[in-house]
Design a protein around this ligand. Structure first.
Ligand code: PEP
Length: 246
């Protein structure tokens, strides 16, 4: 049985004070025993405080990126070891915003994925097509190419150590969500590409997930949870999504 998983990606949002408030609200609201794993990915500078505030809770945390390098003269980068030192469980890699604004290629994303699994940090690999690619019926080609770059580098067994998030770029932060059926089609394809090794790999959906859309998405066979942006910045909305996965 794959464990339902909900991850909040806070991006470059929330001040230090708001982060503290969000973490307090979430740990209070998510106390007790749950089937679903809940994680948050705050900005780097707040990870140490996050570790402190989540110490007594059953919410885990991660980073929004990780360096492909182990250590060295790489100004501004943060290594997997450093993130593990802080207590991170996860690291998001290949988010479409980094692919677009930082020009990250699928090959670089694969290097980051490998750097994470080599150290025991769980990468959350984001894949997904743009609106134009969907309209040109290239969704499976694009998602397949993004996955294959990581498979070529880490093998199917390596990929199975991470989590995959299907995030159609046109649905991120736009309020447009893929329908459960559209998302399921791509999730089933991802599951097929991952092969038998990936049977237990969680495949999350991301793209404007809200409390009122979460349950129908999670009811799909290959949707194991969500990567949530905007709605993860509101305690009640994020908790409602987590409850729908639980
Ligand atoms: C994201 O950035 O990963 C995301 C899914 O954002 P949103 O939920 O705001 O669309």
């Amino acid at each position: 049985m794959r464990r339902p998983t909900v991850v909040g990606n806070w991006k470059m949002n929330a001040s230090f004070a708001q982060t503290t408030e969000l973490l307090a609200g979430l740990s209070e609201g998510w106390s007790g025993v749950h089937k679903a794993e809940v994680a948050v990915c705050p900005p780097y500078p707040y990870l140490a405080k996050t570790a402190e505030l989540l110490e007594q809770s059953n919410i885990v945390f991660g980073s929004q990126d990780v360096s492909q390098h182990e250590s060295g003269a790489y100004t501004g980068q943060v290594s997997a070891d450093m993130l593990l030192d802080l207590g991170c469980k996860y690291a998001i890699v290949g988010h479409s915003e980094r692919r677009e604004y930082q020009g990250e290629s699928s090959e670089l994303v694969a290097e980051k994925f490998e750097a994470a699994i080599n150290k025991g940090l769980t990468p959350i690999l984001c894949v997904g097509e743009t609106q134009a690619e969907r309209e040109s019926e290239l969704t499976f080609d694009v998602v397949g190419q993004q996955l294959r770059a990581v498979i070529d580098r880490c093998g199917l067994e390596g990929v199975a150590k991470g989590v995959v998030a299907y995030e159609p770029v046109w649905a991120i932060g736009t309020g447009l969500s893929a329908t459960p059926e559209m998302a399921q089609d791509v999730h089933a394809y991802i599951r097929e590409v991952l092969g038998p090794e990936g049977e237990q790999t969680a495949i999350l959906y991301g793209g404007s997930v809200k409390p009122d859309t979460a349950a129908a998405l999670f009811a799909q066979q290959d949707i194991d949870g969500a990567l949530v942006g905007g709605a993860s910045l509101k305690v009640e909305d994020f908790l409602a999504i987590c409850r729908a996965a639980d």
